[in-house]
Design a protein around this ligand. Structure first.
Ligand code: NDP
Length: 606
């Protein structure tokens, strides 16, 4: 974006703003996030079926004690374990629902599943393990193998408790231990607990009337049924050759799997309420000369460089140089140009420049649809009318061309705010029934719904206090990782912390910090560690004071899980994170650790 384009961008920003408002209004539903149903009770089978586990697996219930229980064996749990080992803490256990490590990459083995953050930044512990991903964006097979590699390298298979789901977590003040009940009848004890559940561990279904009536086959994308479709994560879904298939949803998951279904199904209907923004992927094999040239410390440096660009900081080189960094460079272009001219922009002027950059970027995304999709009606429906970060940006080179196939139809359900009904034999939208043999729900996860729904089990701290009651007006934490009245309890995830689109880097930062606190508490012979009431309140205030801009942005966005389906609600993702960004958050924590006084934490001895 240059000076002339800022002054005359070639479009009417007011008209675009108004179009965005109308598209938001069109989709707003009075039932907000209650429109989704939890995968429990009669819908439990959508989550409980584990195609990869031994269904006959049994073991005796455990009633023993460990120093640290890590709940979750995805990347965040693996990182917690690795960082504990580095602190000399080996008495820990990983409790994991799946039959192996991998977390989201264990469950989400749908065809085409791929990381959308560059794999050299996304896959953790690359330098520690001396591994370089094969491609710029690794597919699920390689990512899952990498989680197994971490498990092997850090001796984590010996401490893993697989096929075990935590059902309740309660602090026993007499024992000064957490008691962990599970679906296998366990009553384990642990002094410390690290919650490492990831952000997409609980799938959800759209609460479409008639959901239970369907007599054909149906599954959620996170439990892909290859017995039914044939093939594997790389494609070859040959059993769909005589099948009419519905995919409901067009978020990041559908963008990746729809091309594979479109290639094989006799007929595919894609039911779309809100289009994703779909930018160029441009995957490529790793250049071996480049990987040989990497110097020690390269991964941390690359992640920092990526985060700097994401946060709009000055940079001399864009190491990742992909669709993500292009977005952030585009959004910050006007601001950077003004700074280069020596101008000091007011916050309002900076916001206007960012909005203009956003309009231009989204215009390019919409132009891409016209350039790719031949049917004008489908092209029009596939254009996203919202600001870039209202929804997760996606990157894929096969999704849009799929709509040029004669066997693929896009069904735009925005006017009715979603699919109308499921019948015994098909899907009804806009008053028309589409008969199908199979429905694939690409309907997402409990990412920002009420915290209890996201976690899925009760957590009771001192005096039986429920964590969900404690968080009823939003998170109450020190630095996002722990809460008063929940001694020795730590949380890795998205909360009152610096948020990064590169989640695994963020998890690693949190894991290191938590491992440090646990190690320090042990060195000081503390039995319990928890935030003081004052420190916790101060952090909650800090979060509130920095959250305003984000809230205003989200409240103008099209509905989705980023904004709790249409607006602010306490306890959602929105307005809860440390908006100055991940690098600033990490600097703040590094400074905190450097002081060495565990400020704001209360340690109690024996
Ligand atoms: P999303 O929540 O992003 O998408 C759910 C989809 O279901 C939306 O398109 C939604 O429409 C649609 N939907 C819901 N209810 C209805 C209804 N009643 N009628 C019609 N459509 C409906 O889930 P995903 O699984 O796609 O992605 C979740 C997140 O997981 C991503 O945002 C990303 O963070 C992560 N992910 C990351 C990937 C990666 O590459 N690393 C790949 C896949 C996922 P609407 O938008 O209108 O609500």
């Amino acid at each position: 974006m240059n000076e002339s384009s800022v002054n005359d961008p070639g479009f009417d920003p007011d008209a675009l703003r108004e179009k965005y408002r109308q598209e938001r209004e069109k989709r707003l539903r009075s039932d907000g996030e209650a429109q989704y149903v939890e995968l429990s009770g009669r819908f439990a089978r959508y989550a409980e079926d584990d195609p990869y586990a031994d269904p006959g697996f049994t073991r005796a219930p455990l009633t023993d004690e460990v120093e640290v229980a890590i709940i979750g064996g995805g990347f965040s749990g693996l990182l917690a374990a690795a960082r504990l080992r580095e602190q000399g803490i080996d008495d820990f256990r990983i409790i994991e629902a799946g039959a192996d490590f991998g977390g989201t990459w264990y469950w989400n083995r749908y065809p085409g599943a791929q990381c959308d953050i560059e794999s050299y930044c996304y896959l953790p512990l690359l330098e520690e393990l001396g591994y370089i991903p094969k491609e710029k964006y690794a597919y699920v097979g390689e990512i899952f193998e990498h989680s197994q590699r971490i498990g092997q390298a850090y001796g984590l298979y010996d401490v893993a408790c697989f096929q075990t789901r935590v059902s309740a977590l309660a602090w026993d003040e007499g024992l000064k231990r957490w008691r962990i009940r599970t679906n296998r009848g366990d009553d384990m004890k642990a002094r410390f607990v690290i919650m490492a559940l990831g952000t997409a561990s609980r799938a959800k279904l759209p609460g479409i009337p008639g959901l239970e009536d369907f007599k054909g086959h149906s599954f959620h994308t996170s439990r892909w049924d290859y017995d039914y479709t044939g093939g594997d994560t790389t494609g070859g879904l040959t059993k769909l050759a005589n099948k009419r298939v519905a995919v409901i949803g067009t978020g990041a998951t559908a963008i990746q799997c729809v091309p594979f279904v479109g290639r094989h199904a006799r007929q595919l209907y894609v039911f779309q309420r809100t289009p994703s923004s779909v930018d160029l992927r441009g995957n490529k094999p790793t250049d071996e000369a480049w990987s040989r040239s990497l110097e020690p410390g390269w991964q941390a440096a690359r992640r920092r460089n990526f985060a700097d660009i994401v946060e709009g900081k000055p940079f001399t080189e864009d190491l990742v140089n992909d669709g993500w960094t292009d977005i952030f460079r585009s959004l910050a272009a006007g601001i950077r140009a003004a700074v280069a001219r020596g101008e000091k922009l007011s916050p309002q002027e900076a916001a206007r420049q960012a909005e203009l950059g956003d309009f231009m970027k989204m215009n390019r995304i919409r132009a891409r649809v016209d350039e790719t999709v031949t049917d004008p009606a489908a092209a029009e429906a596939l254009k996203p009318w919202y600001r870039q970060f209202c929804k997760r940006p996606t990157f894929n080179d096969e999704f849009l061309p799929t709509f040029n196939r004669p066997n693929v139809s896009l069904v735009d359900v925005s006017a009715a705010k979603g699919v109308e009904r499921i019948t015994r034999t098909g899907v009804v939208a806009n008053g028309v029934e589409y008969p199908v043999d199979c429905i694939i729900y690409a309907s997402g996860f409990e990412i920002s719904t009420a915290f209890r729904r996201r976690i899925g089990f009760e957590i009771n701290g001192r005096d039986g206090l429920s964590l969900y009651d404690y968080y009823k007006d939003g998170f109450r934490t020190l630095h996002g990782h722990s809460s008063r009245n929940f001694p020795n309890w730590f949380y890795i995830g998205v909360g009152q912390n610096g948020l990064s689109v590169n989640m695994t880097a963020m998890f690693d930062d949190q894991a290191r910090h938590i491992a440090y606190i646990i190690a320090e508490a042990r060195k000081r012979r503390a039995v319990t560690v928890e935030p003081t009431a004052e420190a916790e309140e101060a952090w909650v205030e800090t979060i509130r004071s920095v959250a305003v801009l984000n809230r205003n942005f989200q409240n103008a966005c099209t509905p989705g899980y980023y904004n709790n389906e249409g607006g602010e609600r306490s306890g959602g993702l929105n307005g809860q994170t440390y908006t100055p960004g991940i690098n600033k958050f990490n600097a703040l924590l590094a400074e905190w650790r450097a002081k060495g006084d565990l400020a704001g934490l209360e340690l109690q001895g024996p």
